[in-house]
Design a protein around this ligand. Structure first.
Ligand code: HMG
Ligand code: MG
Length: 298
């Protein structure tokens, strides 16, 4: 299998990044971040999460963020929903795409959503039914695909089963998340191969966190398998609640630089994306988490 000719980046900085940052940049800056990202050529920008504000206070302003952004044509702005209540809030705020999330590890899912994996899948069924009736697209996430902070090893069979169930339920795309950024390339490739044996590659996305500095290598290994959707966060925003001081998602700028270097099209204006990353880093009071962003800004 060769590299795909085009890759779609799903920019998760405004959600996955900011949910893990200690500094809250405020609603107006969240809106400005998404509006700036909308000008870079990105086609998918995960805007926020309609989860319980008691669980994730950083996303309490989800409705204001969604109402405040300028939606550009051709760009999708998915939002996370954990249950029907989240779906209702998201729809009331005008969301046209949502994402449901569960895990391959029981222990992680209980800590993250207070539900077993089976219970979370049961919560999603009515969400999928309503979304289908409303013409709303649903993305699905599987977390802890390469390891769990509580349970350790995660059997591949569990990853495959959960991905298959989300796909069978009607999720158009399944994002495979190395939530704690523990994976290495050969394991990442084997995981993707195992899932792709049951779910079409065209319906799969990869989602790497850079906790151990392996994310870009993992992305490359998976591109070689033919995956064509990559989740990443501008400026490498975020962190990991399970590893103090850890990096966040793989930086979008670094992924785009690598993709362009491989001759893969993204449609993204890299200098503009990098500038946005440095602007965000300044708001967060630190250096950009993207090596490319740093180099282009020098
Ligand atoms: P629970 O406490 O079991 O929920 O939480 P509940 O149904 O018993 O309700 C308790 C209270 O929460 C009630 O309020 C509900 O109204 C409220 P009260 O009566 O006490 O005032 N509530 C809500 N409020 C707003 N929006 C909602 C909602 N639902 C209930 N949607 C629940 C269960 C799932 C809600 C909670 O555990 C939760 O919100 N978890 C979200 C955790 C989260 O967002 N984690 C981060 C995202 S996942 C991730 O980052 C991984 C990913 O990036 C991929 C990867 O890297 O692997 C996607
Ligand atoms: Mg994540």
């Amino acid at each position: 299998m060769g590299f795909p000719a085009d890759v779609r980046i799903v920019e998760v900085g405004p959600r996955d990044g900011l949910q893990n940052e200690k500094i809250d940049i405020g609603t107006a800056h969240k809106i400005e971040l998404i509006d700036r990202l909308s000008k870079t050529g990105l086609r998918s920008i995960e805007a926020t999460a309609f989860v319980s504000p008691k669980w994730v206070p950083q996303m309490a302003d989800a409705a204001e963020v969604l109402a405040g952004i300028t939606r550009a044509p051709g760009i999708s702005y998915p939002v996370l929903v954990p249950n029907e209540q989240g779906y209702e809030r998201a729809r009331a705020a005008g969301a046209a795409e949502v994402a449901v999330f569960t895990a391959a590890s029981e222990a992680f899912n209980l800590k993250n959503t207070n539900a077993t994996v089976a219970q979370s899948l049961d919560r999603f069924r009515p969400v999928l039914e309503r979304a289908h009736a409303d013409g709303v697209r649903v993305r699905g996430y599987v977390s802890t695909v390469l390891g769990c902070p509580y349970q350790g090893e995660v059997p591949l069979a569990d990853v495959v089963r959960v991905a298959r169930e989300l796909h069978a339920m009607g999720c158009y795309e399944i994002s495979l998340g190395d939530t704690i950024g523990i994976g290495t390339p050969v394991k990442a490739r084997a995981m993707l191969q195992a899932v792709a044996a049951e779910v079409p590659m065209a319906a799969l996305a990869i989602h790497f966190h850079d906790t151990y500095g392996q994310a870009l290598a993992n992305v490359l290994a998976c591109l070689e398998e033919g995956v064509a959707v990559v989740d990443s966060a501008v400026s490498g925003a975020g962190g990991c609640p399970y590893a103090k001081g850890a990096s966040g998602n793989v930086a979008s700028e670094d992924v785009v630089y690598m993709l362009h270097g491989l001759g893969i099209r993204t449609g993204i204006d890299l200098p503009l994306l990098a500038e946005t990353g440095r602007w965000l880093a300044a708001l967060l009071g630190r250096d950009t988490g993207s090596k490319v962003g740093k180099a282009l800004g020098a």
